[in-house]
Design a protein around this ligand. Structure first.
Ligand code: GDP
Ligand code: IMO
Ligand code: MG
Length: 425
């Protein structure tokens, strides 16, 4: 398989974990390039359900190499917990999971600051973060005060951790939040570093060796385009580039070694956390999507907000990421809707617009302009071929592709590996 970047194209939880798992058979290396344990990527294999937060979703194939790239922020305690949970289920990551020495480390104060900031905001301002410390950790990285994996497992770790916590305590104190016990955290984290050390390596060397040997690489995005720090609904976003460009900056792979981009996109829309969501439904249709789609966050368990497919956002995601193919997911969730709506444009202050405004207050005011499509009213979850789909379902999917300007590569009709139609990929 050509080197492929896979990104979320809405507000996350599009089913990236499932699609990565399906594609891993055809690649040599799977590499996460951004985000942290705010992500929750679900992989269903037979009767087992796994939720991965930091470890790439390709880990279930023993002969594949999995890398956590330099663009990821890593909570080392969460990483060890994930490794242990997999081990308890009989999956060993030894000698096939590698962690970038340039990746930044999430320390306990990041989570504390994240939570304290959220607590100070009003209901309208609150981002609804996962409280995993992601924003403050990327903040430290950009402020050049962060601790990288090479520091964390290196000889000066104790002093560096102490310095970080001492500074953080000044901030926490000013926010009236509880201070951290410097020695306690330092000692605990030095023990953690011992266990993490064997996984830490220069993954850029690995990526370039793979490229030189013509191995095939799958770049696993977390979150989604509308949560991207630059292109999303700022400030209701995460703190990294979840779009395709992040695959290069987050791994050290050059742009001209990326062959294609797959956008994962639900056939409707969900969002967890706060922020604008033009097609959101607070009605029985929205509740039916939530029920049929089991729309609860894989990381925090919070209910996901649901709404119709938004082709304005789909088109924007196709453009920014250069989506060659869609992996469209959760078609089965729409099986029992008599009428299905697609948002084709917005009405903003009496005018029709077909782009996503930068200003979130403007986006809040955007009213979706809908097209209505007849539902197919039959189960698609056991189907395995495009030809078997009801004509109305085919027409709906074709319309989504036309409106967004990318081809259909994969269609997913259920959480399991087998519920996947490989159309052009
Ligand atoms: P990710 O963060 O993009 O990997 O997505 P999540 O794992 O957070 O959420 C996607 C959810 O939808 C998971 O529970 C998946 O098991 C499930 N899922 C994925 N594809 C399909 C599908 O085609 N149909 C249904 N019904 N569920 C799916
Ligand atoms: P995956 O990879 C859905 C959301 C949070 C919040 C905002 C900022 O599973 O698709 P953060 O903790 O990152 O500072 O929170 O981003 N968010 C996600 N929503 N899926 C995710 O990851 C998310 N990761 C963060 O809910 O609105
Ligand atoms: Mg998720």
């Amino acid at each position: 398989m050509p080197n492929t970047v896979l990104v979320g194209s809405q507000w996350g939880d599009e089913g990236k974990g499932k699609i990565i798992d399906v594609l891993t058979r055809d690649v040599d290396v799977v590499i996460r390039f951004q985000g942290g344990n705010n992500a929750g990527h679900t992989v269903k294999i037979d009767d087992q359900t796994y939720v991965l937060h930091l470890i790439p979703s390709g880990i279930f194939f023993e002969d594949k190499t999995c890398i956590i790239g330099n663009g990821v922020v890593i909570n080392p305690v969460a990483l060890l917990q994930e490794i242990d949970e997999l081990a308890a289920k009989g999956i060993s990551v030894k000698d096939r999971l590698f962690v970038s020495d340039r990746a930044h480390v999430v320390l306990p104060y990041h989570g504390e600051i994240d939570a304290a900031r959220e607590a100070r905001l009003s209901d309208e301002q609150r981002i609804g973060t996962t409280k995993r410390g992601i924003g403050p950790a990327y903040g430290d990285k950009v402020s050049r005060t962060g601790l990288r994996m090479c520091d964390f497992v290196g000889p000066n770790a104790a002093a560096m951790i102490e310095a970080r916590i001492n500074e953080a305590n000044l901030i926490l104190g000013a926010m009236n939040a509880e201070l951290l016990d410097v020695e306690k955290v330092r000692d605990e984290y030095l023990t953690v570093a011992e266990r993490v050390r064997p996984f830490v390596t220069d993954t850029i060397v690995m990526v370039h060796k793979a490229i030189a040997e013509s191995k095939s690489i799958l770049f696993e995005g977390a979150q989604g385009t509308m949560l991207d720090i630059d292109y999303g609904t700022y400030p209701f976003v995460t703190s990294s580039n979840a779009t395709a460009g992040g695959a290069c900056t987050g791994t050290g792979a050059p742009p001209n070694r990326i062959d294609r981009v797959i956008g994962v996109i639900k056939t409707y829309t969900t969002r967890v956390g706060e922020g604008p969501f033009p097609t959101e439904l607070n009605d029985p249709d929205g509740r039916m999507m939530a029920d049929r789609g089991h729309e609860f966050g894989a990381t925090t368990g919070r209910p996901r907000r649901c709404g119709w497919f938004d082709a304005v956002i789909g088109r924007y995601a196709a453009q920014i990421n250069g989506v060659d193919y869609w992996a469209m997911t959760k078609l089965d969730v729409l099986d029992e809707f008599e009428t299905i709506k697609i948002c084709v444009a917005y009405e903003l202050d009496g005018k029709r617009i077909e782009h996503v405004p930068a200003d979130v207050e403007m986006l809040q005011r955007c009213k979706p302009l809908y097209e209505e499509w007849p539902g197919w009213m039959s189960s698609t979850s056991e189907l395995s071929k495009w030809e078997e789909l009801p004509e109305k379902a085919q027409a709906y999917i074709n319309r989504l592709c036309d409106l967004t300007g990318a081809k259909l590569g994969i269609l997913s009709v259920g959480p399991k590996r087998s519920s996947t139609m490989r159309i052009a990929l």
